[in-house]
Unconditional design. Structure first.
Lengths: 338, 761
């Protein structure tokens, strides 16, 4: 592990002031890194994937707004330093938007969720095996070195949003609920604050898989803002994986439906474990709009969601699994008693 | 789960479910594992491993690593050359590949350097900064790769004498009324014990002390001494507690002598903890296997022809044989038998033992085929096994010393409710979940080995047992104490047990489920000799209550010598001997072992008498019944319940026995649904190198696991009447699950693990 210095920031201003603002490198490769829960950062430092020379610990920032859940109607504001477990336990969130709470409950393990923060969660980096082990070529870790996963063992890799340079999956669960709800995030940097749609946070890999987000050098996420419509009570997060718990999704979906009798007025669908970034299945949402929620229509929506899917040698099954996961979730939310 | 379930009441020929004597130490963190031992002035070692699987090391650039503050020294092939003898593949050693003895690269992740530093962090950073250049060659990964070499196991290996066969398979198969012909595959698996592999070595003058988790301290002592060119008497191997082994800590790997060498070179203690990813390439693993089975039977379900061919991956230089046809070839009354085992040499580390090494893959294939045959015959799979059950093996017609297979099936079926199974495929459902039920036979040979033990009994009624056996979690400390307490008429709290140190009397490798049988046989012998000494003193004395009585009528109970209503305190019997202590050193040699078996034990050469030898063949049996649920859309497989019934001779302690069998079945579920070491086929390199990607079940995957201990008495196996069951539980499980999945879905998955990939679409 590279020797590093450690600094504690007392407020947002001093945290971003300590950050590295080198323009030519993406924030993930900067020599100064923020650390909060550390569940992903410390792992990747040990593996040599992240080699920061300085860590700025933001856990002790005194600004309470970073650590509080504010429940409004329809707006819910989640501070970036709120721990995953705090949100999954929150009764209002469980009642008003089950998929948001479930996307956290079904992630990692409770021990990790007690540490991991929401801001860090949405910025978690891929678990592609070829990215994690530094002896492989990887365009994301070492730009221009090639992609070992493309023709390698790519069973867990993405089928949506891929490029010729990278097929690494974005593994997060929470982000799928956020993107389905069209959440926003607040960001602070040396040049001030800004708010963006969550959907604008992540970059598809394209020819620069090392540039993962639209965050500018030195910027920090401070809050997540979600409008929760009343009908989001009819929602769930379905996660299919190789074991019952403590595993990343092979396919998952965050589904919320506004039903008027049998008719879908609005559908919100996020897909996890299948794409290179948090993925909103807008084509599937549109396919369902103003139609009865039947098995046939659910299947049609699933077809639409995967129209552009690109399988590789070992992950072709994820397309069919993704479709079935979505159909199952749609039919299960239909049966929910609200 | 109730506490009662964890402590089943003892039936006939079973010992009470006493609690583990070291349980409290372990759960409170007070048991010191080898990497926990405090050592002063410690230098930390970090391995550097190769990034290619085949070729030659062209150059190593060490300057950047040496420049890391805290780095002391770097051991490479140039440092090692001529100093260490190469490892040997065979009785104690995992491989002949000397990773630092040459520049040749034999496999992915081979050790190419050892960085020594003042801290773990500096060692790790130094290791990361070592740059290697290779003359790379195209490697062969596994079956189907170009450049592998296939050889017959019986010709390549001395350990595998012959391919068993009987009768005329070809004629019988041609004439059979119903036939099946199928191929099965089991992937590479890694043990992944939670305790990482580690070596701590230090020198006291000319004596070397090695703390390392080991299942074979005497074997390791001999091999370490040989590699370091020193007298075995100057080497001590210490391994009192082991945090999971499963075979992975059985054979010694080349790292140990390298670390010992480094400690000598530095003149200070060195500790090297192997990282989880490095363990995937520097330690041993279960070889992937392929199986081709053909079974022919009459319409009534009587098997007439059985053929089992196996292919097993091994390294280029070492002919490690899995060789489970010895077991599958005698499991049922086949009529005719033909078997053949092949080794496929690839650019891989040498595989080795992993829980039930031959039985797990070979019985997986056989029991799948048995289920397929039952389906082809339209027979209940349990009834099909009953038709082909026999009390004699089909190769030479020797009787089984005991065989409770059908009792196991009957007890398990009753508990499971097998009669409610509708045999029609896909016929059982619960909402969107398809239900399937399957069964399989478990079998494991009863092995036994020489063992020495020292038992010290003092006149205050306390006993100490000393033997270099190994507590790998099976409960041998508890069983040893429990047995000695029973034999000497003491409470278990009065018995202390010392194990896992080459300063103690030698014991065999903790492998092949021989430990309980071997150690118990030695304890029974030693306790018998202690009783004889005491009773002799009591009856030959001039006075005392037992004077002149028949020693055979005396027993030891509750700290007293007892015959009828006459008793004598232990203390008084000791007085008659004129001693306060009896120190009894006993060596147990199994009847079928060679005359040199005991002296070889001291030299670290173990002679394991295998269950397939002798006038009677000796095996433990079991039956496992499982229910699976498969979601009709997303096709994930769940295992809500599994019932296993096992007949394994005398059960020493029902609590530890149940725990072993339950753990085995859970591992069987893991093997069926989760575990596989995945390879990048182009480079022969492991892709999933840690517990994020190498999956084992978590609590949520394991629901109802029921163990039934079937009463069985077998006085032929060994003096203790013990068959051993550490490896029995995970044999057959994967086949039972594959059969249940087939029953639920109509899809027979012939390649493990069974995952959504194979069931969807």
């Amino acid at each position: 592990m590279l020797p590093f210095s450690y600094q504690r920031a007392g407020d947002i201003g001093s945290a971003v002031a300590a950050a590295d603002e080198a323009k030519e490198i993406p924030p993930t490769a900067a020599s100064v890194q923020f650390i909060a829960g550390g569940t992903n950062m410390s792992d990747y430092m040990r593996l040599g994937v992240n080699r920061p020379s300085r860590l700025v610990d933001i856990n002790r920032i005194e600004d309470r707004s970073l650590k509080t859940i504010e429940i409004g109607d329809p707006e819910i504001r989640l501070g970036a330093l709120v721990r995953m477990s705090e949100v999954e336990d929150h009764p209002d969130i469980n009642r008003r938007c089950p998929m948001l709470a479930e996307s956290l409950k079904l992630a990692a393990s409770r021990q990790i969720r007690n540490m991991a923060t929401l801001g860090g969660n949405v910025l978690q980096r891929t678990r592609c095996e070829y990215f994690r082990e530094i002896s492989w070529p990887c365009n994301k870790r070492d730009p221009g070195s090639g992609c070992a996963a493309m023709e390698g063992f790519n069973r867990q890799h993405a089928v949506l949003g891929t490029s010729d340079a990278c097929i690494a999956t974005y593994h997060g669960d929470f982000a799928q609920a956020l993107i389905a709800l069209d959440a926003s995030i607040d960001i602070s940097g040396r040049s001030g604050k800004r708010r963006i749609r969550f959907a604008e946070l992540h970059h598809q890999p394209g020819d620069r898989p090392d540039v993962e987000t639209t965050l500018r050098p030195g910027e920090m996420i401070t809050a997540i803002i979600v409008d929760i419509p009343a009908w989001a009570a009819r929602s769930r997060y379905l996660k299919i994986r190789d074991r019952q718990s403590y595993a990343f999704a092979l396919a998952s979906t965050a589904v919320a439906i506004e039903l008027d009798g049998d008719i879908v007025r609005q559908a919100r669908i996020g897909l996890g474990g299948l794409a290179t970034v948090p993925w909103r299945a807008t084509a599937a949402e549109e396919a369902l709009q103003n139609k009865p929620l039947t098995e046939e229509n659910a299947a049609m929506a699933a077809e639409a969601a995967f129209a552009g899917a690109q399988p590789r040698q070992h992950n072709a099954f994820k397309i069919e699994l993704g479709k079935q996961t979505l159909v199952r979730a749609l039919l299960e939310v239909r049966e929910m008693r609200i | 789960m109730t506490m009662n379930e964890a402590a089943p009441p003892a039936k006939q020929n079973m010992g009470d479910p006493l609690r583990r004597v070291d349980g409290r130490l372990k759960v409170t963190g007070k048991a010191s594992y080898p990497a926990d031992i405090p050592v002063s002035n410690l230098a930390h070692g970090m391995l550097v491993t190769s990034g290619v699987a085949r070729g030659r090391l062209k150059s190593l650039h060490l300057d950047a690593a040496r420049a890391v503050p805290g780095v002391i020294d770097i051991i490479t092939h140039e440092t090692i050359r001529g100093e260490l003898l190469a490892p040997e593949f065979g009785s104690s050693g995992s491989t002949s590949i000397g990773p630092l003895h040459d520049t040749k690269i034999w496999h992915d992740g081979q050790i190419i350097a050892l960085v020594l530093a003042e801290t773990v962090e500096a060692a790790r950073e130094g290791a990361m900064r070592v740059v290697a250049e290779y003359d790379e060659e195209k490697p062969s990964t596994s079956f189907g790769s170009q450049g592998t070499e296939t050889v017959a196991a019986a010709e390549a290996s001395k350990q595998f004498e012959e391919d068993v066969k009987a009768g005329d398979f070809n004629t019988a198969f041609a004439a059979a009324e119903v036939k099946i012909d199928a191929e099965y595959e089991m992937p590479t698996q890694h043990h992944n014990p939670i305790e990482l592999f580690s070596t701590t070595a230090y020198w006291q003058g000319e004596e070397l002390i090695v703390h390392e988790p080991s299942q074979n301290v005497y074997g390791w002592k001999a091999e370490i001494a040989r590699q370091l060119k020193m007298e075995p008497d100057r080497v001590r191997v210490v391994s009192p507690y082991i945090g999971g082994a499963f075979g992975s800590k059985g054979p010694i790997t080349p790292r140990t002598a390298i670390v010992a060498f480094a400690a000598r070179r530095l003149g200070r203690p060195v500790r090297c903890v192997v990282t989880r990813p490095q363990a995937f390439t520097t330690q041993t693993y279960r070889a992937e296997t392929r199986h081709h089975l053909q079974i022919g039977a009459t319409r009534e379900g009587k098997i007439t022809a059985f053929k089992h061919e196996g292919w097993e991956v091994t390294s280029r230089p070492d002919p490690y044989v899995v060789g489970g046809t010895k077991t599958t070839g005698l499991m049922y009354d086949y009529g005719s038998v033909l078997t053949k085992v092949f080794l496929v040499k690839a650019d891989r580390p040498t595989p080795s033992y992993m829980r039930s090494p031959p039985e797990t893959p070979y019985v997986y294939a056989l029991e799948n085929a048995m289920d397929e045959m039952a389906v082809a015959l339209n027979m209940d799979p349990i009834e099909f096994r009953r038709v082909n059950d026999a009390m004699r093996e089909p190769i030479d017609g020797r009787p089984f010393s005991s065989r409770s297979l059908m009792e196991c099936y009957d007890e398990a079926a009753r508990e499971f409710g097998w009669s409610k199974r509708n045999p029609a495929i896909g016929s059982m459902r619960d909402g969107d979940w398809l239900i399937g039920m399957g069964c399989a036979t478990a079998i494991y040979p009863t092995n036994i080995a020489p063992c020495a033990v020292r038992i010290t009994l003092t006149d205050d009624g306390r006993a100490r047992i000393q033997t270099a056996s190994h507590e790998i979690g099976t409960g041998i400390r508890t069983i040893a104490a429990q047995l000695a307490a029973e034999e000497l008429g003491l409470d278990i709290s009065a018995v202390e047990v010392e194990m896992g140190d080459t300063r103690l009397p030698p014991a065999p490798v903790a492998g092949g489920s021989n430990t309980t049988a071997s150690v118990s046989s030695a304890i029974i012998k030693a306790c018998g000799e202690i009783r004889q000494k005491l009773f002799h003193a009591a009856v030959t004395s001039n006075d005392g209550p037992l004077a002149g009585l028949d020693p055979a009528s005396i027993a030891l109970r509750e700290g007293k010598l007892v015959t009828g209503k006459v008793t004598q305190d232990l203390k008084d019997a000791f007085k008659l001997m004129g001693a306060g202590v009896i120190e009894q050193y006993s060596e147990f040699r199994p009847d079928a072992a060679s005359a040199q078996a005991v002296s070889n034990l001291y030299k670290g050469k173990m002679e394991l008498v295998s269950g397939d030898k002798g006038e009677k063949v000796k095996y433990a049996f079991g039956a496992e019944l499982v229910e699976v649920r498969v979601h009709r859309r997303t096709r994930e497989v769940r295992v809500p319940r599994i019932v296993g019934a096992f007949g394994a001779g005398r059960i020493m302690n029902t609590r530890t026995a149940r725990s072993q069998l339950m753990g085995g079945m859970i591992w069987g579920i893991s093997s069926a649904l989760h575990e596989a070491t995945e390879f990048d086929q182009r480079s022969a390199r492991v892709v999933n190198r840690d517990l994020q990607d190498y999956l084992v079940p978590v609590n949520a995957d394991i629901q109802e696991v029921k163990v039934i201990l079937v009463s069985e008495t077998d006085n032929d196996v060994n003096p203790a009447g013990v068959k051993g069951l550490g490896e029995l539980g995970n044999v057959g499980t994967a086949a039972a699950i594959a059969s249940a999945v087939s029953h639920a879905t109509g899809k027979r998955i012939r390649k493990l693990p069974i995952r959504i990939d194979g069931l969807i679409g």
